[in-house]
Design a protein around this ligand. Structure first.
Ligand SMILES: [Fe+2]
Ligand SMILES: [Fe+2]
Length: 179
């Protein structure tokens, strides 16, 4: 007999809003990081759609594997930027990243043991964690990076970036000496 390739894990629709709506309030001010955050939010939303559609084990594993890989790349990006810019709170920030990876790993293990377990707990956890982490920790890091690294600011024009990097156009002309 052919083994079932997927297990239905349809959950009832939750009452809470279960997706991340991107808005400028989530911007940390650094283009590359904002782009990655949008990618993460899109994956969380993909997860939400999957659960609502009663996704199977294969689809869930595929999305969660991609989400974990992308999250690791994203954390590595932030951590290298914090490191090269001597960000003072790097260790606390890294610890939070590690905790997230551990938590997601624990949920995945639980789903492996019980394929019919509801996936909403992980979805809500990810959504809350991501939004809170971006609003507090990533924004603090973003402010530091804007001052201490050559990263492209969100919405920066090429000229705006040069101006910021080299400081031209920022200095006020000295007032003419009074006669
Ligand atoms: Fe972060
Ligand atoms: Fe982040």
């Amino acid at each position: 007999m052919k083994e079932p390739t997927s297990v239905r894990t349809k959950d009832p629709s939750p009452t809470k809003k279960d997706f991340i709506e991107w808005s400028d309030t989530l911007s940390v001010g650094v283009q590359e990081i904002d782009d990655q955050h949008k990618g993460l939010a899109a994956m969380v939303n993909e997860m939400s759609e999957g659960i609502k559609g009663g996704w199977g084990k294969e689809a869930r594993d595929e999305v969660l594997t991609r989400l974990v890989e992308y999250t690791k790349v994203h954390f590595a990006t932030e951590e290298s930027l914090m490191s090269i810019s001597n960000y003072p709170a790097i260790n606390t920030h890294k610890k939070q990243h590690e905790q997230l990876i551990d938590m997601v790993g624990a949920h995945i293990k639980k789903y492996d043991e019980d394929p019919n377990a509801s996936n909403y707990d992980l979805l809500f956890f990810l959504k809350r964690w991501l939004v809170e982490h971006i609003m507090k920790d990533d924004k603090a890091m973003g402010e530091h990076l804007i001052k201490h690294s050559p990263m492209k600011k969100t919405g920066d024009s090429f000229f705006g970036r040069l101006k910021r990097l080299f400081g031209f156009g920022n200095k006020k002309m000295p007032a003419p000496a009074k006669a």
